[in-house]
Design a protein around this ligand. Structure first.
Ligand code: HEM
Length: 443
């Protein structure tokens, strides 16, 4: 149960202009804005237009929100109203969420995920060959093509190649939408603003692609799509057609964009930090024997794992998580009122100098010899996959994919680019501020 609520003082509130609240300050520089919030303490209230908001910045408070007082929070209504994903695992709540999570969890058991390793490695090798031929390319696009292919084949049992453009347009529309602040998300989808029209176009293309993928499937497999189509919940109901569609969109979106971003930032750093690239190469040259990295190589790919961990710290693909209080909640000694939109920002906590030395530097060596993440820091000073009952269902899948892909890439190419600082487009995801263009040269 949460700390006794009634007697707690309200959490401190940021000094901000009336009406508009903190919307402008956040929009101007989200990193500086959260630094400013942190000056008020570890639990801070603020507002954006008519939204009452709060953030939690201390690992113990974050654990309370995600784990101990899980039941006092739900996904924010303004996000759940995003029609395309509303019936999928990321946004459902209560009993429906629990039933979906129970149904889908077996797809992500350790033994099951291990069976995807061969495809992850093989597709990485194939992708590199294509990139070398292409010359300079947009890294995020290239990585998205790779992660989407892997996801389609391993989890969904479909070939996404023909539908890449539509799925990516849909994912981009959703990314744009979830990257806006809650003030703009609030404008209903049917209002024909330019942003809403763009969103609709992207999502319609995505929906058509999903319908085609469902029609094209062979049937009878043991992939996620077959599982959904044949499912029956404990209460005897089955997922409706719109739920199946929403679920597929959820997995296509959540499962490819995040991993693609992690790989993109890694390639960016490899091009900037020759010492990291050299250390990685030295490791894969001794460990990886064949065309691509395999499951058997993993225990020896320790530096590769350090690079992945550091990328997820410095560039957390899910930049922040969002909740809404169902009731008054006491967190870190303060009261957060019912109906408050609460942010849990990885992008800020992963750089907090209380837990991280020189946090702005990409330094895989900080993970050397650290077996139990996050090492001697408090739990939830590092939480790229969230935590508690709603932690990322695809975590094992993602970690396996990132390590196999990275080891395979490092074995087969050297990356070259001229970027100094691409900046960050920070929303729900940690996105490069401008496209990262690079050349992949065979080794
Ligand atoms: C580096 C890659 C990834 C990162 C950093 C990441 C991060 C996260 C985070 C932080 C959450 C929690 C959201 C919240 O509590 O509000 C989450 C949930 C989720 N992720 Fe991931 N994710 C990654 C890869 C994947 C993959 C590969 C899949 C699917 C194959 C996936 C599917 C999902 C789903 C469906 C949820 C919702 C789970 C629930 O609410 O029960 N993610 N992810």
């Amino acid at each position: 149960m949460s700390e006794s609520r009634a007697r707690r003082p309200l959490a401190p509130r940021r000094d901000e202009p009336p009406v508009i609240g903190s919307a402008v300050a956040f929009g101007r520089d989200p990193f500086a804005f959260y630094e400013d919030l942190a000056a008020y303490g570890d639990v801070v209230r603020f507002s954006m237009a008519n939204y009452d908001m709060a953030t939690v910045l201390h690992p113990a408070c974050i654990e309370q929100v995600l784990v101990d007082d899980f039941g006092s929070f739900r996904k924010p209504k303004s996000m759940v109203d995003m029609s395309v994903l509303s019936e999928g695992l990321l946004l459902t709540d209560g009993e429906r969420w629990r039933a979906q999570r129970t149904l889908l969890q077996p797809m992500f058991y350790r033994e099951r995920v291990a069976t995807y390793a061969e495809t992850m490695g093989e597709y990485a090798a194939r992708a590199v060959d294509e990139w070398v031929r292409q010359g300079e390319l947009d890294v995020k696009e290239a990585m998205s093509t790779y992660t989407l292919r892997v996801l389609g084949t391993t989890l969904l049992g479909v070939d996404t190649d023909e539908h890449q453009a539509a799925v990516r347009a849909g994912a981009e529309a959703i990314r744009e939408r979830t990257s806006e602040n809650p003030v703009t998300v609030q404008i209903p989808e049917w209002v024909p603003t330019p942003a809403n029209r763009r969103f609709r176009r992207g999502v319609d293309a995505f929906r058509d692609a999903i319908d085609d993928l469902v029609d094209e499937r062979d049937g009878g497999g043991d992939d996620l799509l077959s599982l959904l189509l044949d499912a029956e919940y404990e209460d005897g109901t089955a997922p409706s057609e719109s739920e199946v569609r929403s679920q597929l969109m959820t997995f296509l979106f959540a499962g490819h964009e995040t991993s693609a971003l992690a790989l993109t930032w890694i390639v960016y750093e490899l091009g900037r930090k020759p010492a990291v690239a050299d250390a990685l190469r030295a490791e894969v040259d001794t460990v990886v024997d064949g065309e691509h990295a395999t499951l058997a190589d993993l225990p020896d790919l320790t530096y590769t794992e350090q690079v992945v961990r550091e990328a997820l710290r410095r560039y957390p693909p899910a930049a922040a998580m969002f909740r809404e209080t169902r009731e008054d909640v006491a967190v870190g000694g303060y009261r957060i009122p019912e109906g408050t939109f609460v942010t849990v920002p990885q992008f800020h906590v992963h750089r907090d100098e209380r837990w991280w030395d020189d946090p702005g530097t990409f330094d895989p060596d900080r993970w050397a010899g650290v077996e139990d993440v996050p090492g001697d820091r408090p739990d939830y000073s590092y939480f790229p996959f969230g935590g508690g009952p709603r932690h990322c269902i695809g975590m094992r899948f993602a970690l396996l994919e990132l390590q196999l892909a990275l080891a395979t890439f490092a074995k087969r190419f050297a990356v070259r680019h001229d970027h100094d600082d691409v900046g960050v487009d920070l929303g729900a995801t940690f996105h490069p501020g401008s496209p990262i263009r690079a050349r992949f040269e065979p080794r």
